[in-house]
Design a protein around this ligand. Structure first.
Ligand SMILES: Cc1ncc(COP(=O)(O)O)c(C=O)c1O
Length: 385
């Protein structure tokens, strides 16, 4: 009954774990990447005001012009990207909305698309949905899970159409260095490859140099769709609002397609996004500081457990420790941990075959819960050695 396209797109392995414990209050859930903060008050107020002011109707398929103008200013301020709000920026239903549209407008059936692995589960799914051929680029532990141009170059063929980048990376927190990013950009220009730059975790970086954004590099604008998510930056996962920028050709095509899928993201969320990017940014800084403390606690705590090995992640709010010392598949380990400790983690293989040997823990939960989870893991895991 169902179309082949549906069969080829896998369901999320993270949800599989999450659904096993949904509704249980006795577990330490460290699965899904949902910041535990509430959306900042000034953003919620802007949304309430938007309803009262009548922002309850359809808008332009790319979003309200004043929202796009605010986004264009944010892109210049935070990312060094010049974008014309008229035709080079659009509002999407989360970063996810941008990802799927970018794949659908850029990938032809049979095109090869490079993507990071371990990686965000939807990257693979979107390539399959567009009937492209997913080609994983392994992010290696020894490189801090950053992507290298050498690994990219090795995977390029005459069928390569596009590359998906994600730094900081979900699930590892890995950061691709500026020098590698520039080399990857050069490879894309030389080989006529398009880029989808998934900047969902742009605000959550704990170490290293000030990042350069690939969409801001010379010669890249015309071949890059850079997407940004309000979900993580402003604790707005449920608002379903994101943004994407690129050439007018790419954004025009994505806008046309968005019309036929969702028309445009919710008008109220658009106004909330405007308040988020144009308003005070100290809420982001506060979240970053809190995550940084939690990152230190969880990194130290995990490394103190016999058999666990973890280099401090550069960004995002996940840790991806090496658990190969326990000599079992990550999925089996995650189930054992769940049964014995009530700590819920995600197996590394959920993020592709190169994720095997690792598990992911999301530390967007309180320090108290992190400490309790660590103590339970410390009591249980060494028994497996
Ligand atoms: C790397 C990455 N990209 C994109 C998304 C999509 O986020 P949203 O659609 O909520 O903006 C996520 C969500 O977890 C993610 O981890």
């Amino acid at each position: 009954m169902l179309a082949d396209r549906n069969v080829s797109v896998p369901g999320s392995e993270i949800r599989k774990i999450f659904n096993m414990v949904v509704g249980r209050t006795d577990v330490f859930d460290m699965t899904v990447g949902i910041p535990d903060f509430d959306t900042p008050d000034h953003i919620k107020e802007a949304a309430k005001q938007a309803i009262d002011d009548g922002y309850t109707r359809y808008t332009h398929n790319a979003g309200l012009i004043e929202v796009r103008e605010a986004l264009a200013k944010k892109l210049k301020r935070d990312n060094g990207i010049d974008a014309n709000p008229e035709n080079e920026v659009m509002c999407t239903a989360g970063g996810m909305g941008a990802l799927v549209l970018a794949n659908l407008v850029l990938v032809n059936p049979g095109d090869e698309v490079l993507y990071p692995e371990p990686g965000f589960v939807s990257h693979y799914a979107h390539i399959k949905l567009a009937e492209g051929i997913p080609v994983p680029i392994q992010l290696k532990k020894e490189n801090g899970f950053g992507m290298t141009a050498e690994d990219v170059e090795r995977s390029i063929t005459d069928k390569t159409k596009m590359i998906v980048l994600n730094s900081p990376n979900n699930p590892s927190g890995g950061i691709t260095s500026n020098s590698e990013m520039k080399k990857i950009a050069d490879l894309c220009i030389e080989n006529d490859i398009y880029v989808v730059a998934d900047e969902a975790y742009e605000k959550f970086r704990y170490i290293g140099e000030k990042p350069i954004y690939i969409g801001a590099l010379p010669g890249m604008k015309e071949r890059t769709a850079s997407l940004f998510s309000l979900s993580k930056s402003y604790a707005m996962t449920g608002w379903r609002i994101g943004a994407v920028t690129g050439s007018s050709e790419i954004i025009g095509a994505m806008t046309k397609l968005q019309e036929h899928i969702i028309a445009m993201p919710t008008t109220i969320s658009q106004k909330a996004a405007e308040a988020a990017v144009a308003g005070p940014q100290d809420c982001v800084e506060e979240m970053l500081q809190t995550f940084a403390k939690r990152r230190d606690i969880i990194t130290k705590g995990l490394n103190a457990i016999e058999g666990v090995e973890l280099d401090p992640p550069g960004g995002a709010f996940y840790v991806f420790p090496d658990i190969s010392a326990y000599g079992m598949k990550s999925y089996d380990l995650v189930l054992k941990i769940m049964k014995e400790t009530n700590v819920i983690t995600v197996h590394g293989s959920a993020f592709g075959k190169f994720g095997e040997g690792f598990i992911r823990l999301c530390y967007a939960v309180s320090s108290e819960r992190i400490n309790e989870a660590l103590s339970r893991l410390d009591t249980f895991l060494p028994k497996l050695l």
